[in-house]
Design a protein around this ligand. Structure first.
Ligand code: NDP
Length: 237
């Protein structure tokens, strides 16, 4: 059977690194993001038979038609990576309801919608593997990131429950929880100051996370696990 993977948030950062690694390992990929040009640029760079699609993960209709397009062009999805995510960091008292909703809708509802669509097709195929990208702050909490932390902590609870729900169908669901990683999301952070809290002394590279994602995607006896990839940051939190 073809290994077809949908990488939501595959146009930049961690998702792009996952897509590159998976392309090297022979997966057929759908690179999905809101900005179609960004997704196309990555799919084009990968060479081979990959697909680029535009989709807002927070919109159920978008997600459904994305899975239909992938099935039509590449075949049914049997691997899913949810790397689409946003942050609106601020103290809670300064966070607008709009900023709360957009973080929850993209980071949490978005992964629920893509998992729901993926699980339907994986049940028909009698198997599949999902990795959701959480965050170490979803496990530990971080001031200035209460809503973002909630969205990522919620993702862990969701993934564990879903792992139990679908295990009998031979579908596995896991989480990778990164610390600070060099991407657009962290480009405005003061690395010099923050890295003193990281035992390994540096921000992660997207490829550091991608290796962990691939490990969980392909590990046949691991499900409901949250794998922290943070250079030891959580030891100091
Ligand atoms: P980037 O900002 O580099 O990339 C985010 C990706 O998500 C882009 O491809 C973006 O494309 C896509 N995206 C954002 N919103 C949506 C949406 N509504 N629908 C579809 N796609 C969307 O972020 P990172 O690579 O850093 O982050 C990847 C994941 O890792 C996120 O979930 C993030 O929360 C998490 N994470 C990141 C950490 C870090 O230090 N970088 C640390 C811990 C967790 P487009 O804008 O075109 O839609």
């Amino acid at each position: 059977m073809d290994r077809v993977c949908a990488v939501f948030g595959g146009s930049r950062g961690i998702g792009r690194a996952v897509a590159r690694l998976m392309a090297q390992r022979g997966y057929r990929l759908a690179i999905v993001a809101r900005n179609l040009q960004g997704a196309r640029a990555v799919a084009g760079d990968l060479g081979g038979d990959h697909l680029a699609l535009s989709c807002d993960v927070a919109k159920e209709q978008d997600v459904q038609s994305t899975f239909e397009e992938i099935e039509k062009n590449l075949g049914p999805v049997n691997f899913l990576v949810n790397a689409a995510g946003i942050n609106r960091d601020n103290l809670l008292v300064r966070t607008s309801t709009e900023d709360m909703l957009c973080q929850l809708q993209t980071n949490l509802l978005g992964s629920m919608l893509t998992c729901k669509a993926a699980v339907k097709t994986m049940i028909k195929q009698q198997g599949g593997s999902i990795v959701n990208i959480g965050s170490v702050v979803g496990l530990k909490g971080n001031p200035g990131q209460s809503v973002y932390s909630a969205s990522k902590g919620g993702l862990v609870g969701f993934s564990r429950a879903l792992a139990k729900e679908v295990a009998k169908k031979k579908i596995r669901v896991n989480v990778v929880a990164p610390g600070f990683v060099h991407t657009d999301m962290t480009k405005d952070l003061k690395e010099e100051h923050l890295k003193s809290n990281i035992p390994l002394g540096r921000f992660g590279d997207p490829l550091d996370v991608a290796h962990a994602v691939l490990f969980l995607l392909e590990s046949p006896y691991i499900t409901g696990h949250a794998l922290v990839v943070d250079g030891g940051l959580q030891l100091t939190m």
